[in-house]
Structures are given as C-alpha cells and as structure tokens.
Design a protein around this ligand. Sequence first.
Ligand SMILES: Nc1ncnc2c1ncn2[C@@H]1O[C@H](COP(=O)(O)OP(=O)(O)O)[C@@H](O)[C@H]1O
Ligand SMILES: [Mg+2]
Length: 217
Amino acid sequence: MQSPHDYLLYQGYEECHNEPYPSRHNKVNMGVALNQDCFSLEYILKTAPDIDFEEKMLKFLFDNGVKVPKIMAKDEKTLMIEFLRGGTLSEALREREKNGEDFSDIAAALKDWLVSFHKVCGSFPDGKITSAGDLSLTNFTFVSEGFVYRYDFEKEDYTGSFSDDLHTLAAEILMEPCGEEYKKAAAKALLGGDYDKEKLSGALSRLGGETGLADLG
Ligand SMILES: Nc1ncnc2c1ncn2[C@@H]1O[C@H](COP(=O)(O)OP(=O)(O)O)[C@@H](O)[C@H]1O
Ligand SMILES: [Mg+2]
C-alpha cells in the first residue's frame, strides 16, 4: 500500500491544512489537501503503535459491509483514512439535547451498526473477536445519510457478546454529561426490549459510573 505522502503526491494533491484531534494515547490529525483544480481532499492521519491491527480490523469490517471509514494509504506507523463528517456521537447527544431534539433515530442507527458488527465479527481471521471493544461514544459518528459509522479499533479486549456490547453502549450514553431524563430516554431507545437492569448496572460499574442510573423507569 502507498504511504500517505505518495498517495497525495500521485493524486496531484498538496497538503494545505493539518489540525490535531483530541486523542488519549495516539496522534490523530485531520488533514486537508488541495489539487490544481482546487478540489479538496479531507482525511484522518492516525499514528499508533498497533496500527497494523487497526488496519486489519478496518479492512475486514469494510470488506464485510460494516460501516467504517475506508483506508486510503498507510506507512509503518500511520494510517490515512477517509474523514467522516458529522462529529462524534458524544457531541451529537449533547447537541440534540440542547436543541430539544429526539435521539431515537441515532440510537436505532447505532443498534443497526452493532448488529452488523456481530453478524461478521466471528469470522475475523486474526484472532477471536466476540465484542466491538472500546464503545466510547467518541468512537462513533452519525453521518447525514442516517447511518452510524465507527472508527478506532486498537488492539485490546474484544471478548463479550451482543447483549454485553448493547448494555455497555447504553452505559456510555448514561455517563455523558447530559440531563438525566434525556440520557435515560436515549438509553431506553437503544436497548428497547433487550433492556436488562442488572446487566446495565454491571456495565455502569465497569465504566466507573453511577449504578443508580441503571433504573430506566
Ligand atoms: N475517520 C474519521 N473521521 C472523522 N473523525 C475521526 C476519524 N477518526 C478519528 N476521528 C476523530 O479523532 C478522534 C480520535 O481518534 P480515535 O481513532 O478515536 O483515537 P483515540 O481514541 O485513540 O484517540 C475521534 O474521537 C474523532 O473525533
Ligand atoms: Mg477513540
């Protein structure tokens, strides 16, 4: 695969803007390049120690129809991936609450994403995967066509089940700095008939959250 530098060069683009994104352990930058006709190309450059694993996961999921950003280029430690406009689900949740808008369409799209992941994760060729790993809402985005996409697949614990992941996602929603009523309604919309109070309480406790929030009423 071409390096990010060669990718831009051979497509006739020149980098014109580069902005760091908040990242806990890695280097994540959003880049914009321009070509002679003033067409702009937006991308993410992510530098991480286990980038080969992330590349394998992204490629496997993309090839199996799970919504993740497309890989454009790679060198030893850096992946260049498609930039997904839309902001994180953490931002979307707070934005929707501020505007007095319902979260249930995003919750439904998030559940669809999780279902699509669990349909295929058992056939990942490079290790046993039974969970979607780090389900922080900062690892998801809602794009304008109404789908949720996921980025960030570092090498970590990928054991669990669909139901575990669904309750962890609901716990992630409940941990966000939003009004209790609003986030409980969002968690309820996500869980639907799968809601299990004990499981939600366990997920909240694992994330260091307040277990009392598990009572969705
Ligand atoms: N493909 C992408 N499109 C848009 N934004 C992205 C993309 N990948 C990452 N980001 C942004 O960069 C942040 C950090 O990237 P991420 O891969 O989650 O790394 P980490 O969690 O290790 O810092 C994300 O929370 C998101 O805001
Ligand atoms: Mg992340």
